[in-house]
Design a protein around this ligand. Structure first.
Ligand SMILES: NC(=O)c1ccc[n+]([C@@H]2O[C@H](COP(=O)([O-])OP(=O)(O)OC[C@H]3O[C@@H](n4cnc5c(N)ncnc54)[C@H](O)[C@@H]3O)[C@@H](O)[C@H]2O)c1
Length: 253
């Protein structure tokens, strides 16, 4: 990864932080684009100290196109290019569909789907100009198999998968690869928020009990190696694919 410039959305916490750590250890220059500017800066400073990599944070709300445009412009000005885009930022809260409100749907769609559209819309032209790039989008097994209490989020993640395959087709001629990693349940703020409701807590426990490998949630650093691989030149003949990293929770074609 030496010499590569990697932009990671939601890289301040959870799975994104593990991805940022792996890229920094591999020698890439890492930019953390997170709405949580303070946590983004903290993660960047600690990675900068613990690795030889250049790591910076750019506070970004991916749901806001203008904000994405100014963040990406700042990155291009400072680094000159973006070789790898990891669309990782996401958000959800547990709730049965009929108990949710349209305002909640909007927030879920804005972050989990439109945020990714905004990032692709702004970053892809730079990759085309550079004559190449790689993108890994973080979906979810919820988008492949559905997930009780995560209806709108699951719909967004299914949309992320279909959109990613379409980008893989449209931009193969530009030497840009687009792949998807679909985590199962992972020990981060999103999954741990299930416990905010008693039904959510029961569903979370049932999901853990259904994981063939260990009856447990993943740790973030068990998801990130798959992301690093798909973004690397080792995967240069792989595009438009979805890789579940879920301890076997789902086994879909
Ligand atoms: N944890 C799980 O069980 C699980 C399962 C499947 C998929 N995922 C996916 O993994 C990805 C990472 O989630 P996580 O589990 O690490 O959660 P997390 O809450 O630990 O991290 C999400 C990060 O995204 C950032 N973020 C939220 N809204 C943003 C916005 N509008 N703009 C920029 N940044 C924003 C947050 O500040 C946070 O740093 C998400 O796409 C999530 O949907 C998680």
């Amino acid at each position: 990864m030496k010499g590569k410039v990697v932009l990671i959305t939601g890289g301040a916490n959870g799975i994104g932080k593990a991805i940022a750590t792996d890229f920094a250890k591999a020698g890439a220059s890492v930019i953390i684009a997170d709405i949580d500017g303070e946590a983004g800066t903290q993660t960047a400073v600690s990675l900068q100290e613990s690795t030889d990599a250049r790591v910076t944070a750019v506070q970004t709300d991916i749901a806001n196109l203008e904000n994405v445009q100014s963040s990406v412009a700042q990155v291009i000005e400072e680094y000159g290019r973006i070789d790898i885009l990891i669309n990782n930022a996401g958000w959800d809260r547990f709730g049965l569909f009929l108990q949710t409100q349209p305002e909640f749907w909007d927030k879920v769609i804005d972050i989990n789907y439109k945020g990714l559209l905004n990032m692709c819309y702004v970053v892809l032209p730079h990759m085309i100009e550079q004559k190449g790039g790689a993108m890994v989008n973080i979906a979810s097994d919820a988008g492949r198999a559905g997930s009780m209490g995560e209806s709108v989020y699951a719909g967004c993640k299914a949309a992320v998968i279909a959109f990613s395959k379409t980008m893989a087709r449209e931009h193969a001629r530009d030497n840009i690869r687009v792949n998807v990693v679909a985590p199962g349940i992972t020990n981060t703020a999103i999954f741990n928020a299930f416990d905010d409701t008693s039904l959510g807590g029961k569903v979370a426990q049932a999901m853990k009990n259904s994981v063939p490998l260990g009856r447990r949630a993943a740790e973030p650093n068990e998801i990130s190696p798959a992301v690093l691989f798909l973004a690397s030149d080792e995967a240069n003949y792989i595009t438009g694919q979805v890789l579940s990293v879920s301890g076997g929770l789902t086994m879909v074609d």
